[in-house]
Design a protein around this ligand. Structure first.
Ligand code: A3P
Length: 338
């Protein structure tokens, strides 16, 4: 029987038939059973939440680790490439430069979707082969990406879509975190287009119903606001940097300089210029997809702020504005919508 209580203190609560139906009926992703981790409501596939959350909680992060955390579609890949290039490749002479970013910067939240039916849409076989090479004596059931990450040498740039409250209380004392956040309107447009492209579960949602699912906290790794809020509350922590996608886009160099201090990479201005060029949208798009086997095909879609404007009807925009206001009036979080 799988666990019902996690080390993080969350309780694993299966969805009722009605809740599961609401998610399925809205045509949204993940054609599999889900659970909520209460009291926060984290939505994750069953039985992966019970299987891997405690491993993540106990994961041995190292003091020089850099973790990129985010809600999906917030600019995670961009930040992974920035940090990896700053730390490992500021002169663009690293032999692994042209490997997909997810081979160089593993995603520990991937294990939560590996064994779901989603895997068949996402061509995860390449990752299983990689696991067999790197971890010949390990079991896949103990987590493919978690174990690849564990065995990785050198300074690790790790990605995770899991929220802070699923990590151990001293997580931020053990490693450094860059939390990426993006205005929710652009997040949902980016998310919608990605799912349409990869057609997970024969994605059949219309933009409006998909957006409502997002606002109703019915997408994996959500609720969005709680995810963001937990990091926002830690924004003064010396080991966390809270970075808005829109700010990074508008003034990349200022952020690279701050990240240079934060990571201790100690790059010269000329190296920072190189990092900026190498991680620009056009350069990253030109080098290809972030995952083995070209999973995403055109993952680098637009890379702009404010693209949401051509997707929202005035009514839906008003609904989302109310939703954003409700969640930001008290905490002073100021999104730029452009
Ligand atoms: P769009 O779909 O709006 O283009 P994530 O990595 O969290 O999944 O986020 C994906 C989004 O970040 C996509 O947004 C992608 O194009 C954008 N992105 C990736 N690399 C970028 C870069 N170098 N500059 C700006 N945006 C980038």
């Amino acid at each position: 029987m799988s666990k019902t209580k996690l080390l993080s203190g969350h309780k694993v609560v299966p969805l009722t038939q009605e809740e599961q139906k609401e998610i399925t009926d809205s045509g949204v992703v993940f054609p599999c059973a889900m659970v909520r981790l209460q009291p926060d409501g984290w939505l994750l596939p069953d039985p992966m939440a019970a299987k891997y959350c405690d491993t993540v909680y106990n994961f041995k992060f190292r003091p020089d680790d850099l973790i990129v955390m985010s809600y999906p579609k917030s600019g995670t890949t961009w930040m992974q490439e920035i940090l990896w290039t700053m730390v490992h490749n500021p002169d663009l002479d690293h032999p692994e430069t042209s490997k997909p970013i997810l081979d160089r910067s593993p995603d520990i939240s991937f294990d939560f979707i590996f064994d779901t039916p989603v895997a068949q849409f996402l061509k995860f076989e390449a990752f299983r082969k990689w696991f067999a090479e790197v971890c010949p004596d390990r079991r896949t059931e103990d987590g493919i990406m978690l174990q690849i990450t564990e065995l990785m040498s050198g300074r690790r740039i790790i990605k995770s879509h899991l929220p802070l409250s699923l990590m151990s209380p001293d997580f931020l004392d053990k490693a450094k975190v860059v939390y990426m956040v993006r205005n929710p309107k652009d997040v949902i447009v980016s998310y919608f287009n990605m799912l349409k492209k990869i057609n997970v579960g024969e994605f059949s949602s219309a933009f409006e119903s998909f957006t409502r699912s997002f606002m109703q906290d019915n997408l994996i790794f959500g609720p969005y606001w709680r995810h963001v809020q937990e990091a926002w509350e830690q924004r003064e922590h010396p080991n966390l940097r809270f970075v808005f996608y829109e700010d990074l886009k508008a003034d990349t160099m200022t952020h690279l300089q701050r990240l240079n201090d934060f990571t201790g990479a100690n790059l010269t201005q000329s190296q920072l210029d190189t990092v900026a060029r190498h991680t620009s949208f056009s350069s990253m798009k030109g080098r290809g997809e972030p995952m083995k086997d070209g999973l995403f095909t055109n993952f680098f879609r637009k890379g702009t702020s404010g693209g949401w404007k051509s997707y929202f009807t005035p009514e839906l925009e008003q609904e989302m504005d109310d939703w954003i206001e409700k969640h930001t009036t008290k905490n002073g979080m100021n999104f730029k919508m452009y």
